[in-house]
Design a binder for this molecule. Sequence first.
Ligand code: FMN
Ligand code: EPS
Length: 391
Amino acid sequence: MRYATAGESHGPELTAIIEGIPAGLKVSADQINDDLKRRQQGYGRGNRMKIETDQVKILSGVRHQESLGSPITLNVTNRDHAHWGEVMSPTAPATPENSVRQVTRPRPGHADLVGGMKYRHKDLRNVLERSSARETTMRVAVGSLCKQLLAEIGVEVLGFVKEIGGVQADNAKMSQYENLTQLKKATDESPTRTFDAEADEKMRELIDKTKRDGDTLGGIVEVIATGMPAGLGSYVGADTKLDAKLAAAIVGINAFKGVEFGDGFEFAHHPGSEGMDEIFWNEDQGFFRQTNHLGGFEGGMTNGQPIVVKAVMKPIPTLYKPLMSVDVKTKEAYKANVERSDTTAVTAAAVVAEAMVAIQLATALLDKFDTDSIDRLKEQVATYNEELKRY
Ligand SMILES: Cc1cc2nc3c(=O)[nH]c(=O)nc-3n(C[C@H](O)[C@H](O)[C@H](O)COP(=O)(O)O)c2cc1C
Ligand SMILES: C=C(O[C@@H]1CC(C(=O)O)=C[C@@H](OP(=O)(O)O)[C@H]1O)C(=O)O
């Protein structure tokens, strides 16, 4: 399976084309819309999210709610485009009226300056329009489709928030949720998309204060995936390791700066006896583990345990209290441009991270098994799981 997205943040439309989804998959547009809504929600987002009501249009590859095996085209309209007149028109000529809202003072922490240098753009709007995380809308749409595929073989994927600006959710409180469905319900109801009500309140207070100060916040998200068969990905080469592909997919999200699996950076503080997952066997389950320090990976392969990925997002770079920059046309020192912006988007990013994990897991599955028909894929996965149990 492979996909590509296209579209500018304030352009007319966002698009994704996905190739390689098997025929016969039930495709729910409602479910995609639900995930698009989850991405839009979250405490600390700016006014753009009040303008947009992201709704998917399925334009190809699906008939009567079932995939055909042909490329699937997904489309979302940018409602904000209506406020840009011809400034963001792909077809109107460049006139003085159409060339307003130029950006010439690059924002530190954004693609603005280097993107301008690289593509020879003097109006840095030509960079920021595509480097904007508006593009993650389509990744969430693609991820949502992948989650529908994964659900067919019993895989669930959920992203949520662990920390915002230093306020941490209490890990111990996760044990009150018996499964991902319960955890999803709780985190979907939380304005900061966390499972800890006390932390949620503190996070919101901090976000309010930070907004008043004209500053921004980052944080940590976690994604858990359950039900993935063992043996997806391979130890045989650096580019076949599935944990490496997941890490690349996560760091590919705008503003993501680090990723860890299982106990992650904590491994640095513990001896090996506390870091591995001992192996057990019984007739019922075959081989199994009782711990998950390694976050579901050994040798770049899934080991049958839940996949646990954590990742850190830097604070939003656009500040209402702007940092120093230099005008690319006059070379004079100025405060950077202020574009309308979020105070924090960790809540939205948790949904994006969930989508990126779902895309990688679906791709790994489709790399390993027959991809023509969803029913054949399910039969093959069932046979494979049975073989592993008897190993
Ligand atoms: C969901 C989401 C929303 C974001 N919203 C903003 C925003 O409103 N303002 C901003 O300056 N950056 C925002 N960012 C971060 C920038 O897109 C990102 O920092 C920038 O493109 C530079 O890329 P890099 O941080 O990966 O180097 C957001 C990121 C995500 C994932
Ligand atoms: C549009 C979205 O996020 C945007 C991501 C973003 C950035 O620089 O990354 C900047 C802001 O754009 P705008 O200036 O149009 O408000 C965010 O709103 C979205 O998440 O759908």
